[in-house]
Design a protein around this ligand. Structure first.
Ligand code: SN0
Length: 315
């Protein structure tokens, strides 16, 4: 694998999930594969799980790791071409990414959307410039429109914990006070649409995701109806796709509670984290027996390790 930016970069998702679960059983089997190879993790935005799990995955494979919080510790980056750089930006992404490619065998990049210009965000301008100019394999650590390492870990978690052959998985919108990216739900949806699950997305009217990511999903606006019989509930807030990046209403009644779990098939509750307690998800769920959010975050290591392994094998 030379690029991991979406589910479309994976030839066989079932094989990748199997690989991740095998690595979980035997984390240090491929310690020689990454020997003397360097992974650079570049963050334009904050991170806890992605940073630590990807770093751990690389160490398990024997790699060396460098982390750069370029938003705080790097020179201010210019992204536009052909401009006179007489303002606040100091270094162009052409040189910055090119230089990083001299130091690393694989680069991971995190770049959130600005949520102001939909065309720019959905063209993945920043992520694609890194890929173009660094000239080494790149793994997405969450880009403007997708978070594939998270989605792979989510699928690994579902495969690991499912009690029926084809579980019912429901992605439900949850309240928030800030406009959040669509990356996590877009990505979760495109992975679920390719997995062997019965997949529903439920949201208040107006929060429909970009249709490119939801082909094959059932779409609902009735949370109670959608949750009936669910085996897994994936909780996430996202801002509107149209009008882009907007919050349309408080919709506080959309927060998941124990009462709403009653109609499910004792559903496991998932969230990519970070989660704002009692806004997005209630204490009673997070501290109760159905929440698997920490276990899910643990699986981020095996997802990242499976991807890095396939990238190292293709170097
Ligand atoms: C990010 C998101 O894409 O929703 C990262 C998730 C892995 N989440 C946030 O930015 C949360 C910010 C907040 O203030 O709650």
């Amino acid at each position: 694998m030379k690029l991991f930016s979406s589910v479309n970069d994976v030839t066989d998702i079932n094989a990748l999930v199997k690989e991740a679960l095998a690595l979980k059983q035997n984390p240090f089997e491929h310690q020689q594969l990454g020997k003397n190879k360097t992974l650079a993790l570049v963050f334009l935005n904050p991170s806890l799980r992605t940073r630590m799990s990807t770093q751990k995955a690389a160490l398990n494979l024997g790699m060396n790791v460098m982390v750069l919080n370029i938003d705080k510790e790097g020179w201010a980056l210019e992204l536009r071409d052909g401009v006179i750089m007489d303002g606040t930006t100091v270094e162009h992404i052409r040189e910055a990414a090119g230089v990083m490619g001299q130091y690393a065998d694989i680069i991971g990049v995190r770049s959130f959307p600005g949520l102001r210009n939909r065309e720019e965000d959905y063209s993945e301008m920043i992520f694609n410039k890194f890929v173009e100019f660094c000239k080494v394999p790149v793994v997405s650590l969450e880009s403007a429109t997708r978070h594939p390492l998270q989605s792979l870990a989510d699928l690994v978690t579902i495969e690991e914990l499912k009690k029926t052959a084809r579980p019912k998985v429901v992605l439900t919108w949850a309240p928030h006070i800030k406009p959040l990216p669509q990356a996590v739900p877009n990505s979760f949806s495109e992975w679920m649409c390719k997995a062997d699950v019965d997949f529903t997305i439920v949201q208040p009217k107006g929060y429909e995701l970009c249709a490119d990511f939801t082909q094959g999903a059932k779409i609902s606006y009735d949370q109670d109806e959608a949750l009936a019989g669910a085996d897994f509930i994936y909780v996430k807030n996202w801002s509107a796709y149209e009008p882009y990046g907007n919050i349309l209403g408080k919709n506080e009644e959309w927060m998941l509670t124990n009462e709403k779990l009653k109609a499910t098939n004792d559903a496991r509750v998932m969230h990519c984290l970070p989660v704002r307690r009692n806004l997005e998800l209630s204490d009673e769920i997070l501290d109760g027996p159905n929440a698997i959010v920490v276990h899910e975050a643990g699986n981020r290591v095996w997802a990242a390790q499976a991807v890095l392994k396939q990238m190292l094998e293709a170097l």
